[in-house]
Design a protein. Structure first.
Length: 326
């Protein structure tokens, strides 16, 4: 069983290390206004935790005795939210007398992406509300070969959407408005080697609308085109450098058809197979924690209760992935 609680989603999944998903139930905290309020999101998670755990067993038709381990998202993420998931996992571990497994949230996105797309050794583009990274597997770990230097791509578009009440979730809302844009407006295009910076782009886009220098449709179109082009550029460079023949888009923005199409066109020019994680597994979900936890359990990568503290800034290159060695 896996428990996801890094940000706005509390999810519970049941899976095995062979890739069979028996349950994947999730509940999303939606703020009344503004962005995610960590303590309010944590309160939401605490209220739905027991219901979703019961629902996962009902959906899977499994019993407590069928569970071999309890996995939880240890980080990276929002502290109050992470603590709710970790606490629920510890309680289950004690009650069921099952080992506890800590899972890196980013690695879980990668593994569920590889499983659902059938890609074996891809270059990975991981983009979500809190993360923007280009990764590849080298010598036992996922290595980051490009990332945002400030805010993530998802955060950039979500913030723009919130500022002008375009809707929730932010990315599809901005993309929808962007389709009505006609005139492209120059916005800061900030690529520094293999890294990206989105804060200046966001600030400029907000200013253009607030000062009425351009209409929101044109600014939205320009924002989306610029932000995605920056990501495609660093991905293309990483693809050529790494020599990979597969490209995986995973994380919440894998739901974006526009971003997928841009990466697909670039991949085809290099004779590379492209795939995006399907919608069910693109955003945060319990199944990805359960599946990655099962992979770790197979290699006896468990964690004692007294060391199961959360890691808010846990990077994916800080942990070995032994299942990729075989």
């Amino acid at each position: 069983m896996g428990i996801e609680s890094t940000a706005h989603t509390f999810g519970v999944g049941i899976a095995d290390n062979l890739g069979n998903i028996y349950a994947n139930v999730n509940s999303i905290y939606i703020p009344l206004k503004g962005g995610i309020h960590p303590r309010e999101a944590a309160e939401h998670h605490a209220n739905v935790a027991h219901k979703l755990i019961k629902e996962a067993f009902r959906v899977s038709s499994l019993s407590y005795n069928d569970i071999n381990g309890i996995a939880f998202s240890r980080g990276p993420g929002l502290g109050p939210c992470l603590r709710i998931g970790a606490t629920a996992a510890r309680v289950l571990s004690i009650l069921l007398k099952k080992p506890l497994i800590s899972v890196n949230h980013c690695i879980a996105h990668i593994e569920i992406g590889r499983l659902s797309t059938k890609l074996t050794d891809p270059l990975i583009v991981f983009v979500s509300g809190g993360n923007t990274m280009i990764l590849t597997y080298i010598s036992g770990r996922y290595r980051i070969i490009g990332e945002t230097l400030d805010i993530s791509l998802g955060n950039c578009l979500d913030t723009f959407s919130r500022e002008f009440n375009l809707g929730f979730p932010g990315v599809p809302s901005v993309e929808k408005i962007a389709k009505r844009g006609i005139n492209f407006i120059y916005l800061p295009y900030t690529v520094k080697g293999q890294d990206l910076s989105y804060s200046g782009l966001l600030t400029s886009a907000l200013r253009k609308v607030n000062l009425k220098e351009a209409n929101i449709e044109d600014v939205s179109m320009s924002l989306v085109e610029t932000a995605y082009a920056m990501l495609v550029e660093v991905t293309e460079r990483a693809l050529v450098y790494s020599g990979k023949k597969e490209l995986l888009l995973t994380g919440g923005l894998a739901r974006s058809k526009k971003l997928s199409n841009m990466l697909k066109v670039m991949s085809e020019e290099h004779n590379v197979l492209f795939a995006a994680a399907p919608e069910e597994y693109a955003g945060d979900n319990g199944a990805m924690i359960a599946y990655t936890g099962a992979l770790k359990l197979f290699y006896n990568r468990t964690i004692p209760l007294e060391k199961s503290f959360i890691l808010q800034r846990w990077r994916p290159d800080e942990e070995d992935v032994p299942w990729r060695n075989h």
